[in-house]
Design a protein around this ligand. Structure first.
Ligand code: AMP
Ligand code: MN
Ligand code: MN
Ligand code: MN
Length: 279
């Protein structure tokens, strides 16, 4: 199954990636990807351009989205794969999730201003490709430009992450709503990069159990955010909870991402790849 080079999670300028949707698809094709999902944060805007470019290149394309969710005290991301971009409930739900971002961005800028970093909102907005979607990644690029950190990774060690200046609490969608919108739009729901969540073993089990109960389908096992140990740990979680497994770069751009399109590690061979339901 790993003969298929599937990359089922990446970003374009429709959210916080640095490449336009067409350029993401061209790069994936050049890297040997043969099944690609574009999954912008809380946004479907990039899908028509990506689908058209994929059709020109003969690359199999899956319309996707990455929904921001608040669960316990964490932000959890749920990827939807194979969603119908014209589904009204999905569109309305994502509109609602996006709507909080402007106010949050103003608060992030105010926090940074208090520690002497001025003009962060204007600075971040220079990196924004879609006015409806300002993310911490745009602030991160501004903070690198302003000399506050040497790269985006370092920004998150010192700013914008919980407990650091520039972090603002925010309430996103519920897990129930996110899975419901994705399933209602005909998609498969996938827990994104679980290794990034600061959850105890017990809390992680509760998340997976709840997700399964809501009709969730898969978990990202091989992804840019996971080291080798985490790939094995979340392979065990996929088996334990009867979930399919996904493979994902979470690519944001050539400068910003540790893993390029199509370059996530392979899935352990006994797992059922989520793309068995997509091709
Ligand atoms: P937001 O949805 O506005 O909270 O922004 C989340 C985005 O910030 C993620 O999708 C990444 O693009 C970026 N991000 C968060 N944490 C990190 C990190 N530790 N290193 C690099 N980028 C990060
Ligand atoms: Mn992002
Ligand atoms: Mn994510
Ligand atoms: Mn992502």
């Amino acid at each position: 199954m790993n003969a298929v080079n599937a990359d089922l999670h990446c970003h374009s300028t429709a959210s916080d990636g640095t490449l336009a949707p067409a350029a993401v698809v061209r790069r994936a094709h050049a890297n040997g990807v043969d099944l690609l999902a574009l999954t912008d944060h809380d946004e479907l805007l990039g899908l028509p351009e990506a689908a058209a470019t994929a059709a020109e290149l003969g690359l199999r394309f899956v319309p996707g989205v990455e929904v921001s969710v608040s669960w316990l005290d964490q932000t959890v991301h749920i990827v939807g794969l194979g969603v119908d971009p014209s589904n009204a409930a999905l569109i309305a739900g994502l509109d609602q999730v996006r709507s909080g971002r402007d106010g949050r961005a103003a608060k992030i800028a105010a926090e940074l201003d208090r520690i002497g970093i001025h003009g962060a909102l204007e600075g971040a907005l220079r990196y924004v490709g879609n006015p409806a979607l300002i993310s911490r990644a745009h602030f991160a690029r501004f903070l690198v430009e302003a000399g506050c950190a040497k790269n985006v990774h370092d920004v998150f060690l010192h700013y914008l992450a919980r407990g650091k200046p520039g972090y603002v609490e925010h309430v996103w969608a519920t897990l129930e709503d996110a899975v419901g919108w994705i399933k209602g739009a005909g998609g498969l729901a996938v827990i994104a990069h679980p290794g990034r969540y600061r959850l105890s073993h017990v809390e992680m089990d509760i998340l997976f159990d709840k997700f399964r109960e809501l009709g969730g389908d898969a978990v990202e096992v091989a992804c840019g955010a996971h080291d080798g140990g985490q790939v094995l740990a979340f392979a065990r979680m996929a088996r334990k909870f009867g979930l399919m497994a996904s493979r994902a770069s979470d690519f944001h751009g050539p400068e910003d991402s540790p893993i390029d399109l199509g370059r996530a590690p392979p899935l352990p061979p006994d797992l059922t790849p989520v793309w068995s339901r997509l091709i």
